[in-house]
Design a protein around this ligand. Sequence first.
Ligand code: NAD
Length: 406
Amino acid sequence: MDKNNIKIGIIGLGCRGISMLESCLLERQYLTFTAVCDVCEDRMEQAADIIEKARGIRPLMFADYHDMLKCGIDAIMIFSAWETHIPVSVDAMKAGIAVACEVGGAYNLDQCFELVKVYEETKTPIMLLENCCYGRTELMVFNMVKKGLFGDVIHCEGGYRHYLAYEITRGEENCHYRLRNYMNRNCENYPTHELGPIAKILNINRGNRMVSLTSTSSRQQGLNEFAAFEKGPDHPLASYPFAQGDVVTTVIRCAHGETITIVLDTSLPRYYSRNFNIHGTKALYTEDNRSFYFFGNEQHEKHDFVWEKEWGNEKEYRAEHEHPIWKKFLEEGVQGGHDGMDWLELNAFFDALVNGKEMPIDVYDMASWMAITCLSEESIARGSAPVAIPDFTNGMWTMRKPQECF
Ligand SMILES: NC(=O)c1ccc[n+]([C@@H]2O[C@H](COP(=O)([O-])OP(=O)(O)OC[C@H]3O[C@@H](n4cnc5c(N)ncnc54)[C@H](O)[C@@H]3O)[C@@H](O)[C@H]2O)c1
């Protein structure tokens, strides 16, 4: 592969594909946009127009990704529907094409094992594009945990708390995958935005691992009410028996006794939050008020009334504890979507790809994080029963070294 001319193919040119193309990919002069693929012809044409305008050459267009895998690309960027992520990743790795795959959840454990098996057989580079691992706050907290400021981290919380009723109930009009998933499945369907940064903090698959979970779902009502309000009470979605509960709470237990709570909360009105909370023996970070609390300092001893004055103290710690990735990013100029996280995750992918480094969010992370979805589905179906989380590293987690950076 010529590192100054990496030939990429993009699958999935919906909202995310177009936005990544425009805000994070086209500016990278070392990329050649060889091909685009989408089952929806309009979206493919739109992407081809954008690429042609920016680069002067129209990419090849494919409705079937299998054809795109034969057209000479070095890497595939997967921005398509959840159901496609693992099948496309597996086929691309078999074809020796490096994979950068958007986030979602797995549909069964077999496909997670297949993902790992094909990687181990082919060693084709693959990275899960979990942009939230590159969030400014998440990386600063990771840095502070590494410095020992939290003592031992015992409990973490996260959530995907994003009111998506409009997007979900417009699934027919937008050919969007969320609608069919919410109609048919009840699970923690989008675990990785919050779990990814927490897994990095807890050294999951590197000296630690997730061993079991329980998931509990509320009933569903939010989407019916929203559909009745938006489309009228006689619209089929106003009374459709959605399988997906409005709020799904999953508790994960790790090998060394740490616990992680993650919450999927996408159908009831609310503000956006990833509910990032990291609780150690010496400190707490809470997204509730974007603050750190340290054991043994003045705030702690004087209790809550003093803590209130510290409301939003996160910024005060940046000068000392900003993660080096973000220090450099701020100096160079933050760019790309989602406050820069999208840019940084692609930097990490292409850097690992051209320099032959280990992918920072690797196949074991991808399989174990995505498996939470199908395992939560099983737990809910069995009345919130505990479910074992497989060790996708086959024991290697006991020997793999924690990451200092990713
Ligand atoms: N990391 C983030 O912050 C972030 C943000 C938004 C979306 N996403 C992820 O990006 C992905 C896409 O989300 P979106 O909102 O753009 O969805 P979307 O529905 O707007 O786009 C998905 C596209 O994939 C295409 N597609 C589906 N199956 C295909 C197949 N077999 N072959 C070719 N094309 C196919 C669809 O036609 C559609 O154009 C999802 O995995 C989502 O979770 C991530």
